[in-house]
Design a protein around this ligand. Structure first.
Ligand SMILES: [Mn+2]
Length: 434
């Protein structure tokens, strides 16, 4: 058994303890069609992968709690013909051994075997109200069991949401996950560095996107962690700009929000730099505000503070900065209370990150922001977006700046996973003039 198998088996055992009694059913993601018979690159379901590390589509995890706990996988059968076309598949026998299951069966036997496994179980956990087809299929299995009522068989009567049981586990990253996240972060930081070096006026946004992808794929990332944003000039003020098809102009900034995914784990990095390698005076002024806000927010990531602390720290610096830029007038406290910063900073500062770039886990507990604890991972990403408007001096028009890092909460405070991406004005200008 390789260490990875032990890790995922232990995660399933932990979940079985949480479940206590009954059965948990969890399917991986279906393949998605892009157009006609062409598919999107396959991406497994994050919850399923967290518990199994099994990468193939058409697979279901079944966990049975109780005195004799069982970990069962349903997956596609070996198929020589299909494997010639689509590549290797494990098949139940090899998957059972390679991924540490107690049993594995063909996916095609789900409808035959599942009702039997649900007999006389009180509790059923699955990801309900998530994929309608699974809701219908699992309800049909329950009805098969109910049909045997007169033989003395009972069907589950307590339903619970499997995601609600798994999310709290995924919120805290173990050493194995942190290792994978650090690798995703390192490759993504390198991609930002190499792209800064490559950037020249006259290039297209798409050329920078291609360079990011080159570094991720060469380093072993399987995919981008999300659709890359490469936004030159005014495009940087469009928060979810993804066309990435415009030319880059000398004198403009370019904002890149892009990162790779490594064995399922996301990084999420944003850097903003001058297309020609030199910040103008106005750009430098705004950049200094966003950077100070980001550093203040990172300083507010430590055990004992809550999830909102980095956002509050960033808002204070950004709002003071907007006063200094003469876009706002008044007392900072009052301006924050009124949300006066919102025309130029309209998003939050952080989100959880892990297998999903916007990872699972509650942000509040009993109405209060969650306390930060070691093992949690979050982004810190303040920005300022100065679109042309009457009260914005022309010198500041179309300056859109965001700076984003991924941060692990530690006992002592925090560790910035993405620290290798150039961030200060001096670091960026050095990276662009090697
Ligand atoms: Mn982000």
């Amino acid at each position: 058994m390789t260490p990875d198998i032990a890790i995922h088996r232990a995660r399933r055992s932990h979940l079985l303890e949480t479940l206590g009694e009954g059965v948990l059913i969890l399917a991986t993601a279906p393949e998605a069609r892009r157009n006609r018979d062409a598919h999107y690159p396959y991406r497994f379901d994050s919850h399923f992968y967290y518990l199994t590390a099994f990468p193939e589509p058409e697979a279901v995890l079944v966990l049975i709690a109780g005195k004799r706990p069982r970990q069962i996988l349903f997956c596609r059968e070996k198929n020589e013909e299909r494997e010639i076309w689509d590549g290797f598949r494990y098949g139940p026998k090899a998957a059972k051994a390679a991924f540490g299951f107690d049993a594995a069966y063909p996916y095609d036997e789900l409808d035959r075997r599942l009702p039997k496994l649900l007999e006389n179980q009180v509790r059923l956990a699955y990801a309900f109200a998530s994929v309608p087809a699974w809701d219908a299929r699992i309800m049909a299995w329950i009805n098969v069991v109910r049909g045997k009522a007169r033989t003395g068989v009972t069907a589950p009567v307590n339903l619970s949401d499997a995601h609600a049981l798994i999310d709290p586990l995924r919120l805290f990253k173990d050493a194995h996950e942190i290792e994978l996240m650090q690798r995703a972060a390192d490759l993504s930081a390198q991609a930002h560095r190499d792209t800064m070096r490559l950037c020249k006026p006259g290039m297209g946004e798409g050329e920078l996107e291609a360079e990011l992808m080159r570094v991720w794929r060469a380093g072993g990332c399987q995919a981008p962690a999300y659709t890359p944003i490469v936004a030159g000039g005014a495009n940087a003020c469009v928060l979810h700009y993804v066309a990435n098809d415009q030319p880059l102009k000398a004198g403009d900034l370019v904002l890149i929000d892009a990162a790779g995914e490594y064995h399922g784990y996301a990084a999420d990095i944003t850097r903003t730099f001058p297309v020609n390698g030199h910040f103008s005076g106005a750009q430098k002024e705004v950049y200094a505000i966003v950077l100070a806000a980001q550093l203040a927010a990172i300083a507010a990531v430590r055990p004992g503070l809550d999830f909102n602390a980095p956002h509050a720290a960033a808002l204070r610096v950004l709002t003071q900065g907007l006063v200094d830029l003469k876009l706002l007038t008044g007392e900072v406290d009052g301006l924050i209370e009124q949300g006066a910063y919102k025309p130029w900073y309209m998003h939050k500062t952080s989100h959880w990150i892990g297998l999903d770039v916007h990872d699972v886990g509650d942000y509040k507990a009993a109405g209060a922001w969650r306390e930060l604890q070691p093992g949690m991972t979050l982004t810190v990403e303040p920005g300022l977006y100065l679109r042309p408007a009457d009260n914005v001096p022309k010198a500041l028009w179309n300056i859109g700046i965001r700076i984003e890092d991924d941060v692990l909460v530690t006992q002592a405070g925090c560790h910035v996973l993405t620290a290798a991406a150039p961030k200060s004005v001096a670091e960026i200008e050095a990276a662009m003039h090697p």
